[in-house]
Design a protein. Sequence first.
Length: 233
Amino acid sequence: MGRPVHYSAEVPARCQALIDMLVGRVEEDSDPQGKWGGPLKTTFLLAMATPMLVLPIERIFKPQGQNKHFVADDISLDPSLSKQVAEVFAADRQFASTPIFEAGTWTYITSCEPFDVGHDWPQGRLDELRSDAAATAAAEASARDVLLALRNALAHGGVTYLDRDGGHTQFATNMLGFASFASGGGAAKLRLVRATVPGFERFLRLWAEWLSAAGVTADLRDRGPGYFMHAAE
């Protein structure tokens, strides 16, 4: 396997390639002994989602316009992609206006009192996430808030499996809940996002395709790693 040139774009594309190649097999025979109560598709998607979201957010979005050092910075490798990321992560850009949003997948609670997300979520919060108001809130929320909530939930363990009704059972996983602390001053509040598993799978594809859509990364890759060494100087 070759080393990626642009990790923020290429690793998500590689993860999506793995989803394309393996998700059918995971659905068919990932629990032949009945150990897990069903196929491990949701777990597989979460495993792929973590690098797919964390890498571009940490290496393109966070370094932009901030006067501090970051572990990695991919901004100069593909200015066109970096501009796309800046536009989607703009504070006033609604999630519904982005190419990675799909109606019917998402519900959202902007802020709520903290609870232990490692246990069953409070019934009141689950009911709220089922509501039309929560679906509207997801569409109208800033893409940055939703995407950072997903990133933080994946990175810090704020994930729960939900059934087709958005509740907790031991026998079905049809949705995913994501919880992270909202940014800003004052007392810490939780931000909650819910997604259907099929919708989340489609979101990962849209995300990976969007990160590659500018076309610049592929063109530069053809010039070889040496190009990036000079371009970054």
